[in-house]
Design a protein around this ligand. Structure first.
Ligand code: PLP
Length: 346
């Protein structure tokens, strides 16, 4: 039985070209700044993001943490969404390791936070208050249906931040999905933020790694923060090599994942007992609701698993599927057939 694994785009395996690039990579000690492949990759990533410098990190979680720790001092405050990955799924790193105070405000269903809510959350100067230092955005927004924030929205948040002397960090784990879905150059999404992180190991299919980009001065300081966290790596060119291939070969094909996700969403909409608005699926993440009381979401996951379909249950009646490299339209049709059958016979 072939497994169709729709749990996440993190399950993607490196492409043959990546394995080849890793095998042939020229290596050195990157803590000494001497790994030519890392140096080439960091420069390439920074150029793609329209920033001065880049820094290879172990994971998206480390990328966000390195940035937040670099932007903020102990006791300072970060404004971020209540459904953001950084708030929900990064083990509270900013407070655990940085003594930094998260100030959450509501994410709208499209992944934005209202400008008036952000403004209301910015602290005035008062001895009782923590000092606001940073605003974090997420694009695409994982928990908000993989929705893409527009350049205009990001610019408006950055303008608000600037008027209050704050910085903006963009968690761009899937920033290329946003760029491809919106049909814009990725730099339009990063031009107004102070730092951005993105993942190599999701839709771009590299085995490990994320990158942080920002000004030369910011990245020099972030390099120090990464070292503090134990993220200084030696012959890291084995990671960077797959990152180079990812940037060269894996970005444009994300459009295919989006088409497959929409096909999946439209198919789910036709299955009795499941509920979804297919228009809400903008990128490669598909959330849907179970509206039948004949089985629970967890039981549905178990039943599908027995038939070779893997997905995540993200709430009492909420489920998630993610399309990626290695999932073709025939897999979508097969998954829909099994889903229809299980819902029909449950
Ligand atoms: C996956 C993800 C991360 C973290 O990446 P890891 O490499 O799993 O640590 C951060 N932000 C968002 C929005 C993500 O989806």
């Amino acid at each position: 039985m072939k497994m169709i694994d729709l749990r996440s785009d993190t399950v993607t395996l490196p492409t043959p070209a990546m394995r080849e690039a890793v095998y042939n990579a020229e290596l050195g000690d990157d803590v000494f700044g001497e790994d030519p492949t890392v140096n080439r990759f960091e420069k390439m990533a920074a150029e793609r993001m329209g920033k001065e410098a880049g820094l290879l990190v172990v994971s998206g979680t480390m990328g966000n943490l390195v940035c937040i720790l670099t932007h903020c001092a102990r006791g300072e405050e970060v404004i971020l969404g209540d459904r953001s990955h950084t708030f929900l799924y990064e083990a509270g790193g900013m407070s655990a390791l940085g003594g930094i105070h998260p100030h959450i405000i509501s994410n709208q269903p499209d992944g934005t936070m209202r400008l008036e809510d952000i403004e209301a959350a910015i602290r005035g100067s008062n001895v009782h208050f923590p000092r606001t230092r940073l605003i974090c955005l997420e694009n695409t927004h994982n928990r908000c249906s993989g929705s893409a924030l527009t350049p205009e929205y990001i610019d408006s948040v950055a303008a608000l931040a600037e008027s209050h002397g704050l910085s903006v960090h963009l968690d761009g784990a899937r920033i290329f999905n946003a760029a491809v879905a919106l049909g814009v150059d990725v730099q339009e999404l990063t031009r107004s933020v102070d730092s951005v992180s993105f993942c190599l190991s999701k839709g771009l299919s590299a085995p490990v790694g994320s990158v942080v980009c920002g000004s030369g001065e910011f990245i020099a300081e972030a390099r120090r923060t990464r070292k503090v966290l134990g993220g200084g790596m030696r012959q890291a060119g084995v990671i960077a090599a797959s990152g180079i291939t990812a940037l060269e070969q894996m970005v444009d094909r994300l459009a295919e994942d989006h088409i497959n996700a929409r096909r999946l969403a439209e198919g789910i909409a036709r299955i009795p007992g499941l509920s979804i608005d297919p228009a809400g699926t903008q990128t490669n993440i598909v959330y849907f609701e179970l509206v039948s009381d004949r089985l629970t979401a967890e039981e549905l996951v178990t039943e599908l698993g027995k038939k070779g379909i893997r997905l995540f249950c993200t709430g009492p009646s909420r489920l998630r599927m993610v399309t990626h490299y290695g999932i073709g339209s025939e897999d979508i049709d097969a998954a829909l057939a099994v889903l229809g059958e299980v819902m029909n016979t449950a």
